[in-house]
Design a protein around this ligand. Structure first.
Ligand code: PHE
Length: 344
């Protein structure tokens, strides 16, 4: 009997709670059932009159009913309070929001993308050749036999216990010129490649990092001459550095190009007159030259029919010249210190 009464009370309470329209009404219902002199407590007063067996049963039933009612009550409270919040708080949908902080790509990535887009607009295709390379591609095939003193300049990392019978020792790619031979092996002329990849050298000081990027251009076709090289470099310089900048080439020496040149760009601050930043009016960019016939042969191309030019420069260095930046220490570029990187 009493148990039925409790079940009915519980159903009644839940029914009323679900119908409640606002928090105040909800509170009235709560007090009516669960309050000190509420309907459920009134039933509790019957307990002392019962046998021990019945006491236990009724006590349990009352507890369960309370737990049930309270849980529905809480859910309804949450629902009603959300509704009334929406109702009462004025919300201006036209007010400007709070912008989350926005980052940008790393300087070197930005530079790589810009360089790529300048050369692809000339019909070059972007290539990437391995970071770990065989001696043949990095040196021997580029006309630098083992023990050739020119190799010293490349301060190479050798990979322990890695050797290929035909291609020699394993190295970490010391310059993107290794991509020249790989490109020639892959495609017949005409070739117009821009290979941008990581390079490694055993060096770390204020103007060198052990891992850096180079971009290497290679053009091979019939009757390619130095004028093509100069025109291409000039186009790059004007697009990357600005329309008033000029390049010049100076004789130099590399084993894999003949003739070889060092490429300079006119200083952006004094426009070539000479100033504190550049001294002579020119800044040194990097190497270039006409592909050596021996290298063409190693790449399976007939030097009687074809000729080509190549150039290879450091991405970080070229970028720093563009910005007119005198970054005191090139290692900062890879230090991941946001205070530094956010300035650009
Ligand atoms: N690979 C040379 C270097 O790392 C640069 C270079 C590339 C020179 C292509 C000539 C032609 O210094």
């Amino acid at each position: 009997m009493l148990k039925d009464q409790i079940r009915n009370l519980k159903n009644e309470a839940i029914g009323e709670i679900l119908e409640a329209k606002n928090p105040q009404e909800l509170e009235r219902i709560r007090a009516g059932f669960l309050g000190r002199s509420g309907k459920i407590n009134r039933l509790t007063k019957e307990i002392p009159k019962l046998s021990p067996e019945e006491k236990k049963d009724l006590g349990q039933a009352i507890n369960e009913a309370k737990i049930n009612i309270e849980s529905v009550l809480r859910q309804t409270q949450d629902k009603l309070s959300v509704q009334s919040d929406n109702h009462q708080k004025w919300f201006d949908v036209t007010a400007p929001g709070i912008r989350p902080p926005e980052g940008h790509l790393h300087l070197v990535t930005e530079a790589i993308r810009e360089i790529t887009s300048i050369f692809t607009s000339l019909g070059f295709h972007r290539a990437r050749y391995p970071e770990a390379e065989w001696d043949w591609y990095a040196f021997e095939g580029l006309n630098m036999a083992e023990n050739h003193p020119a190799r010293d300049e490349w301060e190479t990392f050798f990979i322990e216990n890695l050797e290929n019978k035909k291609l020699g020792k394993g190295v970490l790619t010391p310059h993107t010129s290794s991509g020249q031979l790989r490109e020639m092996e892959k495609y017949p002329p005409p070739i117009r490649m821009i290979n941008i990849a990581k390079c490694y050298r055993r060096q770390s000081d204020i103007s060198h990092v052990p891992m850096f990027y180079q971009f290497e251009g290679l053009v091979i076709d019939r009757e390619i001459s130095i004028t093509h090289l100069k025109g291409t470099l000039d186009y790059f310089a004007k697009n990357f550095f600005g329309p008033n900048r000029k390049i010049r080439i100076r004789p130099f020496h590399f084993q894999f190009t003949e003739p070889s040149f060092e490429v300079d760009i006119s200083c952006g601050l004094c426009e070539g007159k000479g100033c504190k930043f550049c001294k002579e009016g020119w800044l040194e960019l990097g190497g270039s030259g006409m592909v050596h016939p021996a290298v063409l042969k190693n790449g399976g191309i007939d030097p009687q029919k074809y000729s080509g030019f190549a150039f290879g420069w450091g991405v970080e260095r070229t970028y720093m010249m563009k910005a007119g930046l005198k970054i005191d220490d090139i290692r900062m570029l890879y230090g991941n210190d946001l205070r530094f990187l956010k300035q650009f």
